[in-house]
Structure formats: structure tokens, C-alpha cells
Design a protein. Structure first.
Length: 89
């Protein structure tokens, strides 16, 4: 999850299994739980449009991984699905 410019967005994958950030307004949360392994970073004083981020370690702590997901780099996408599998288990 990120707070981006004007709102909350969720990192989800579509029917083509492509991770993408979607506005939270498109969804209804049915289970109010967050994975125990998630991290959080507050970036309010950053020059970026993102002011906060929650998620798995690399998503929160690696700008290279975050940017790689945005650019659909295969290594970043593979790691996203690996971490998703870890969370699902």
C-alpha cells in the first residue's frame, strides 16, 4: 500500500498477472488484517509524490525494487510474486 499524491493505493496483480498500483476507492476491504512480515516507511518530507508505504521488505526498503515494479522489470515482478506467495502461506 502507498499514499500517493491524493490517496491510498494498493499493489495488486491483474488478470495478466502484472503488478500495478490501484486506487483504494475501487475496492472494499473485507478482512482488516495486515501480514506480520510487513514494514512501513513514512516519507512525508520526501520530494517524491509518495508520502508513506507499507509492504514486504524490498518494496519498502529498496528504491530499485520499487522502481523495477513500476517499469515491469521481470526480476522485480518475480520477487513480488515470491513475497506474495510467502504472505499467502
Amino acid at each position: 500500500m502507498i499514499i500517493y499524491e491524493d490517496g491510498l493505493r494498493y499493489l495488486l496483480f491483474d488478470d495478466c498477472e502484472t503488478p500495478y498500483w490501484y486506487p483504494a476507492e475501487l475496492f472494499e476491504v473485507v478482512e482488516n488484517k495486515i501480514a506480520e512480515s510487513w514494514y512501513y516507511k513514512f516519507l512525508q518530507h520526501s520530494d517524491e509524490a509518495i508520502s508513506a508505504i507499507w509492504g514486504y521488505f524490498e518494496l519498502v526498503h529498496s528504491e530499485k525494487h520499487f522502481d523495477g515494479l513500476s517499469e515491469q522489470e521481470q526480476q522485480a515482478v518475480d520477487l513480488f510474486f515470491e513475497r506474495r506467495k510467502d504472505i499467502d502461506n
